[in-house]
Design a protein around this ligand. Structure first.
Ligand code: COI
Length: 368
């Protein structure tokens, strides 16, 4: 716990109302949230409060100019009653980088970890227990200053909320279809594509909705200069297995450096089958599918974990991959990542940060 943390506990828990057999993604939030204000040039006293609305002035600069960054992590509870947060050091590093790009002072590491740990200690009963489910942790930093000048703000708020979730795409859903976005772009060289900032997601909404109306779960973004190279999917990074070799677009500054992306690369390296990171032309992808040389395709991200892709549409041509089924590497990686997250195998890279939540925690949710 943070030494100067002030805790205002809830008077009545909402936990008993949660249907853990039918979780969605981010539509139910745990009892408490963490809050830390930045004012007068420094971060103030950290607080844990009952989860709920925060007052925002109509002239709040985030609402107008989007000075906000966020992160996404997951915590799991294994059968041993230990809570594990998956690779939070990577998220902290990315948060710092995003803060720098958006002119936001980064909170220090102690506040970042302390926020998550204090919430987990209070709300560990909210951690789901089914494989594929998790407690999603959403840190958010936004300008908390009222002004209409276009300039970096001087006041910010760092909030952390947690939510019991299933994987982003319902696990009962088959492999998803992607539409290659041929008109719009997510990010361009020199833009904010590598930062986890709200504006990138706002830019994806209109093309995403157009795709959804046509039956596509997500769009596959191409580069902003030539519309020729594959970049990412927005909710996840993309991987292809072509001629037995796993490929992913290299991080060229326009793509979000995903934590699960990095984990896939490390696990494939461990298996003696390193991932090739390079520029990948969309024509190469479509040709490989057409010629039957694409064995599988999958996305990797915190929310989705590892999600099979069953088809890609480009220039009016829809091609199916692996009969719309998850391929062997996709399934193996999902299991490897999930086993590490749940503490079911040795955490050989020391990826998990353990949080102790007291005796009997492992059985608490199961008993509800
Ligand atoms: C995550 O994977 O944590 C993300 O932030 C993607 C989300 C916008 C669905």
């Amino acid at each position: 716990m943070l030494p100067d943390l002030s805790v205002t506990p809830i008077s009545h828990s909402r936990l008993a109302d949660v249907d853990f057999d039918n979780l969605g993604f981010g539509n139910v939030f745990s009892d408490h949230m963490f809050s830390l204000k930045y004012e007068h040039g420094r971060w103030q006293r950290p607080e844990v409060l009952p989860y709920g609305p925060v007052a925002v002035d109509p002239a709040n600069a985030t609402l107008h100019y989007g000075q906000a960054v966020f992160e996404g992590l997951k915590a799991f509870m294994g059968d041993d009653g230990t809570v594990r947060i998956f690779r939070p050091d990577m998220n902290y590093k990315r948060l710092r980088d995003s803060c720098e790009r958006l002119c936001i002072p980064a909170p220090d590491e102690a506040h970042f970890y302390g926020a998550m740990e204090s919430l987990i200690q209070l709300d560990h009963g909210w951690i789901p227990r089914k494989r594929g489910q998790a407690l999603y942790i959403r840190p958010l930093i936004f300008s908390d200053e009222s002004h209409l000048e276009v300039r970096p703000s001087q006041a910010f708020r760092f909030l952390v909320m947690t939510a019991p979730v299933r994987t982003y795409f319902d696990e009962d859903t088959a492999a998803i279809d992607l539409k290659v976005e041929e008109e719009f772009t997510r990010s361009a060289p020199g833009g904010m594509g590598a930062a986890k900032t709200s504006g990138n997601y706002a830019a994806s909404l209109f093309p995403g909705e157009e795709g959804r109306k046509q039956g596509f779960a997500q769009v596959l973004w191409l580069d902003g200069l030539e519309h020729r190279y594959v970049e990412e999917v927005g909710a996840m990074n993309i991987f292809f297995r072509i001629d037995g070799k796993v490929l992913t677009p290299s991080l060229v500054g326009t793509i979000l450096p995903g934590v699960t992306r990095d984990s896939v690369i490390r696990l494939m390296e461990d298996a003696g089958d390193p991932v090739e990171e390079r520029r990948i032309e969309i024509d190469e992808v479509m040709t490989a599918i057409r010629e039957g040389r694409m064995q599988e395709c999958f996305g990797a991200g915190t929310a989705v974990t590892i999600a099979p892709v069953g088809g890609i549409s480009y220039h009016g041509e829809h091609l199916t991959i692996n009969n719309k089924e998850a391929g062997e590497v996709t399934r193996r990686l999902f299991d490897e990542v999930t086993d590490i997250q749940l503490g079911e195998v040795t955490d050989r890279h020391a990826w998990n940060r353990l949080v102790s939540v007291g005796a009997g925690a492992g059985s608490k949710r199961a008993a509800l």
